[in-house]
Design a protein. Structure first.
Length: 688
């Protein structure tokens, strides 16, 4: 092998032998320590200095007042990022500074950090940074911006601006203590702000804006599921006087084609000090071709400011499914030729297709979900733009930020004192399930003694009391407390959003199968050649049949225990005697009826039972559930399943009047499943 080949092999071996490492920082640590959980570093700066792609730095709870001015290290891909995270939800606070700058930084995750009392911009993101995720960040009590993108000069090309930056589930409040500012100020492309709570910031909640000469600088940004509330035009203690030029916006963007703004709740945006300047809930400025503003709830915009202002003259801008309320002006169109559809306003105005009281659950308490009778429910459009469709529940899309869940139900069979697992699958955002004390669920069977989550996609209901199937389990949005975090940040007073399925299964830790006879009915064959069946009484007693009658007995077998394979058999008691298996020859003038072309029937579940199945399946008991073929003699019942079954029975013409036959269902091993169904031999007038 040539020498350079050995060198290449050595380098490859080194690369593949490297493993991602975890390091730890604590206020009780020492920078001479190895940075383990037992012996942590003291400073974040030291911990950062040892990180390589794929490594994670866990920070223990406490205040860290450090300065560095150093650049944040980069990962190499999302398979090998650098992560800085709080340790197990402990409260980690960076005082006065975020310690690092982001300049050309990529593939980095920050999770669970609080920046408090920042003396300047809390988190500054410089040119050519990309693929950075800020998760669960809190920024408060700062002098200036929360997050700020900076591309250095207006002449920079768009591709050197920060791009593919994600901010998710952030909280930003009490910023701009030194003057007007923005919670999040973006100058770049392909960025996402999702699920943030923003309040008390004198300026804009989210601003994607550039006044330089770059073209399409803020393109393809997404602002969704944010809660922006109480944005003042000024703050107490400002050194400069408040003027009419002071304004506030919820979300504002310009030169940003293909921007999407949806599922945001924006309220209480204030205007200038002398009430001649204006603020807006959402402001769409020039250069925004192809942008979409849809399914937002916007209200209480102060003074003359509109709920949504549109300056763009491009007809490709879509303004759809927005809910506007308590605004002096809902829309300020300026020179707009944007496309409007199915917006709801509480007063008539151009751009408002639906007019009426939106009927919020509790607007005074900040709950802008919809009551069941709201005119916004099912009144929107699913078609937002080419390739963009709004998901929905029920008959149609709801207008506003909240897609109502309604009172969804699901059924299982016989249950009592069981644990029911409800699995929630959503198609927009992840619901948040309270750890305990979940409310809003009811059942038609017994009572629900407790409800708690298992993970974040399961709700487990503890049942008590007897159950009479079928059992229905319902969730009411009017009383329920399950929340959607992405829609409303960390608030817990909103409805479930865009839930597509609710599957209910029994999670009982049963020991063996629990089989039960559920319900039964006799059907009389009227005549030797007539295929019509007449339903007889459903009661367990009181059925009277003449000698020579032929009947189908249809019944259900339910299993609430472990899965089981069973061969059901019919037993009969004659004139008060012991129960014995019903055979295919007459005994005491009764038998199971075999091959007869009139015996085929359609079951109540819509499936068909043929005469051949009645004659050969399960010893002349035919069942519809989980039957792969007629020749398969075993009925397979999973937990919380049931099957409809049928058996054909014939009474001999020699049957004695006034004699009583009681029928029950057993397993082939002789264990009783249930019954009985009683038949008395007599003069049945309907028989021809």
């Amino acid at each position: 092998m040539k020498p350079y080949a050995y060198a290449i092999l050595f380098v490859l071996l080194l690369a593949f032998s490297a493993e991602a490492a975890d390091y730890y920082v604590a206020t009780t640590g020492n920078d001479s320590n190895p940075g383990t959980l037992a012996e942590p570093f003291r400073t974040v700066v030291k911990g950062h200095s040892v990180l390589e792609p794929g490594d994670t730095l866990y920070i223990r709870g406490g205040n860290y007042n450090e300065t560095c001015g150093c650049n944040m290290r980069s990962g190499t891909s999302w398979n090998a990022p650098i992560t800085i995270s709080r340790y197990q939800n402990e409260n980690v606070v960076f005082l006065e500074s975020n310690i690092f700058q982001f300049l050309g930084t990529s593939y980095v995750i920050w999770d669970g950090i609080t920046v408090d009392q920042a003396l300047d911009t809390a988190i500054w993101i410089g040119r050519n940074s990309h693929n950075v995720k800020f998760l669960n960040i809190t920024i408060t009590n700062g002098q200036s911006f929360g997050f700020q993108w900076n591309r250095v000069t207006p002449a920079d090309a768009p591709d050197v601006s920060p791009h593919h930056i994600t901010i998710q589930n952030c909280t930003i409040s009490n910023m701009g203590l030194a003057g007007p500012t923005n919670a999040i100020y973006i100058k770049g492309n392909d960025n996402i702000v999702d699920g943030c709570n923003i309040s008390n910031v004198p300026g804009s909640g989210i601003q994607a804006y550039d006044s330089g000469n770059a073209v399409n600088l803020n393109r393809n940004n997404i602002f969704r599921n944010n809660r922006i509330d109480d944005m003042p035009a000024g703050m107490p203690g400002w050194s400069q006087a408040l003027t009419d030029s002071n304004w506030a916006h919820g979300i504002v963007f310009n030169t940003g084609p293909n921007t999407q703004v949806y599922n945001n709740v924006i309220t209480r945006i204030h205007s200038g000090a002398n009430h001649t300047g204006t603020g807006t809930g959402i402001l769409v400025m020039s250069g925004n071709s192809g942008s979409m503003v849809y399914n937002n709830t916007v209200g209480d915009i102060a003074d003359s400011g509109p709920g949504i202002g549109i300056q763009s003259a491009d007809s490709t801008v879509q303004i759809k499914n927005n809910l506007l309320f308590s605004n002096t002006a809902h829309f300020s169109l300026f020179q707009s030729s944007a496309t409007f559809a199915t917006n709801l306003c509480d007063s008539a105005e151009t751009g408002c297709a639906v007019v009426g009281d939106p009927l919020f659950v509790n607007a005074a308490g900040g709950n802008y979900a919809l009551q069941a009778s709201s005119p916004a429910i099912n009144a929107g459009t699913a078609s937002i733009a080419d390739g963009v469709t709004r998901a929905f529940n029920g008959a149609g899309v709801d207008i506003g930020a909240f897609e109502t869940f309604g009172a969804a139900s699901a059924e299982v069979g016989l249950v009592a004192n069981d644990i029911i697992v409800i699995t929630i699958t959503d198609n927009v955002a992840q619901p948040v399930l309270p750890a305990s004390g979940i409310t809003g669920f009811t059942t038609t069977c017994g009572t629900i003694s407790s409800a708690a989550r298992s993970g974040n996609t399961e709700i487990r209901l503890q049942l008590s009391g007897a159950a009479t199937p079928p059992c229905t389990y319902s969730y009411s949005t009017g009383t329920g407390n399950v929340t959607n975090s992405a829609l409303i940040g960390n608030s817990h007073n909103q409805r479930l959003n865009a839930i597509t399925t609710v599957a209910v299964t029994d999670n009982t830790a049963a020991s063996g199968p629990t089989l039960a006879y559920v319900t039964g009915r006799f059907y009389l064959l009227q005549g030797a050649t007539d295929t019509a069946w007449t339903a007889l009484a459903a009661a367990a007693t009181g059925v009277t049949l003449p000698p020579g009658a032929k009947v189908n007995w249809r019944f259900k077998i339910a299993n609430t225990g472990d899965a089981v394979n069973v061969n059901p058999r019919v037993y009969v008691s004659y004139d008060g005697g012991a129960y014995a298996a019903l055979g295919v020859t007459f005994t005491n003038a009764v038998k199971m009826l075999g091959n007869n072309t009139q015996l085929g029937t359609v079951m109540t579940d819509g499936s068909s039972i043929t005469q051949d199945q009645l004659a050969s399946t399960h010893g002349n008991v035919a069942c519809t559930y989980n039957r792969s073929a007629v020749s398969t003699p075993t009925l397979a019942l999973t937990t919380n399943s049931e099957s409809e079954c049928a058996v054909a029975i014939e009474f001999d013409t020699t049957a004695v009047a006034a004699k009583v036959y009681n029928f029950k269902v057993y397993t082939d091993s002789g264990t009783e499943i249930g019954g009985p169904m009683a038949v008395t031999i007599g003069n049945y007038q309907a028989f021809r």
